[in-house]
Design a protein around this ligand. Structure first.
Ligand SMILES: [Zn+2]
Length: 175
């Protein structure tokens, strides 16, 4: 469904509207570089939004996490809520938490991932989940974990997940 920047439907045609559309509208307002926004309830990232343990990059496919992953605390913006981004003010607060980063976790809820293209935003979403799972596994083994160095983060430039994108698209279209 197409919405304007204030998250009003262009033509709702009696369809029910996506409750958390303000996530998208308010981020597009603050981030002209962003063309695609993914919001998900990816389970493996949840622990990193509810503890003091930061999500850090430990895997070359998710090196972008090294740019930093802010955590959105909805209580700071809206007090007690049902955790959903149901209005423009909550969307704006989330967009402000995201700032210039590619992703932000949402405490007790999920994540938002942005990008200049579909392959980049989808790839970042997939590898965000994977990095979170791998980091929890690495930490559970005990001892210290070696994360990507900031220089490795800068060097690990990918092709924008182009190869993965072709595969993900084929899988999705086959369903
Ligand atoms: Zn949600």
């Amino acid at each position: 469904m197409e919405y304007d920047l204030d998250s009003n439907p262009v033509d709702a045609k009696d369809r029910s509207m996506y409750t958390e559309r303000f996530i998208h509208g308010e981020i597009y307002k603050l981030r002209p570089d962003v063309k695609v926004i993914v919001h998900n309830h990816s389970p493996s990232v949840i622990p990193f939004g509810v503890t003091a343990v930061p999500l850090r990059p430990l895997y070359h496919m998710s090196a972008y996490i090294g740019e930093g992953v802010p955590v959105f605390e909805i209580r700071s913006a809206g007090g007690m809520t049902d955790m959903l981004v149901r209005n423009p003010a909550l969307g704006r607060a989330l967009a402000q938490t995201l700032g210039s980063k590619p992703t932000a976790l949402m405490r007790g809820h999920g994540a938002v991932v942005v990008g200049p293209s579909f392959p980049l935003a989808v790839g970042r979403s997939i590898y965000l989940e994977m990095n979170a799972r791998l980091q929890a596994q690495a930490m559970a083994l005990g001892g210290s974990v070696t994360y990507l160095d900031p220089e490795e983060v800068r060097s690990a430039l990918l092709d924008g997940y182009q190869r993965g994108w072709e595969l993900w698209k084929r899988k999705a279209m086959a369903q």
